[in-house]
Design a protein around this ligand. Structure first.
Ligand SMILES: [Zn+2]
Length: 244
């Protein structure tokens, strides 16, 4: 009989917790936390003129700090402060460090047509209050699609159960957006972003919120607000690990 025709019963371990999935206490899930962008190429600009990379850096570090006492997870971060590496190098570095999951942290903006201007601390700046919320991206190709989608679903469910809401603006059929929305309730899209396309393990890119939105930028300055999203990520990784 061919191996994939074996009855599932034959493949089940005899007894113990392993029958319900992986023992994550014995083998914590290794997660590469990618800090989006770099000091020199900093990504989006917030409504108050701050750099996306700074938001990414803070969120990633808080995530690692919160994960330290979690015995089922082993998070490590890596970044590229001087932008010396290409985007495709990041997944390879993660793979070399035996990552089992690649999680890229970003903060979001909107299309230029939604931007308006205002004065903040004497500076004329761009903002848009039209959209707010999180987004989750996975690569639409066959490599690791099911596992990436499973993790993105876990994250989306944990975020929404804590009162956070997705934004759907990346699906608008305009240049620069037009992202296929594969779960609108959980804000999950597919996109061929380099860090996802070259990932050698299941990978999710998380846009934590829209920093061009004045209200959402204020919310993201609140540690209690950020910790809801950070807690959602950690619980999702734990659940993903247990599912094996
Ligand atoms: Zn970004």
């Amino acid at each position: 009989m061919l191996p994939w025709l074996l009855s599932p019963l034959v493949l089940l371990p005899a007894l113990g917790e392993a029958a319900y999935g992986r023992s994550c206490e014995a083998a914590p899930l290794r997660v590469a936390v990618d800090v989006g962008h770099s000091w020199s190429s900093f990504g989006a600009t917030s409504a108050t003129g701050r750099r996306e990379h700074d938001f990414n850096e803070r969120f990633a570090q808080e995530l690692l700090d919160l994960a330290k006492p979690v015995r089922t997870l082993s998070l490590f971060r890596f970044d590229d402060p001087g932008a010396r590496l290409g985007l495709r190098d990041r997944p390879f570095i993660a793979a070399n460090r035996n990552a089992e999951v690649f999680l890229s942290i970003h903060h979001d903006s909107v299309n230029a047509k939604y931007m308006d201007s205002w004065y903040h601390n004497g500076r004329k700046l761009q903002f848009s209050d039209v959209f707010r919320g999180f987004s989750l991206f996975i690569f639409g190709g066959p490599t690791h699609f099911q596992q990436s989608f499973k993790l993105a679903m876990e994250i989306g469910e944990n975020l929404t159960s804590r009162g956070l809401k997705p934004t759907l603006h990346h699906a608008e059929p305009i240049p620069g957006e037009s992202r296929p929305l594969i779960n609108k309730d959980l804000g999950i899209y597919t996109a061929p972003f380099a860090v996802l396309r070259y990932a050698t393990v299941p990978a999710v890119l998380f846009e934590v919120g829209v920093i061009a939105n004045r209200e959402e930028e204020r919310d993201l300055e609140d540690q209690a607000y950020r910790s809801k999203a950070e807690d959602a990520i950690l619980r999702s990784l734990e659940e993903y690990c247990r599912m094996g």
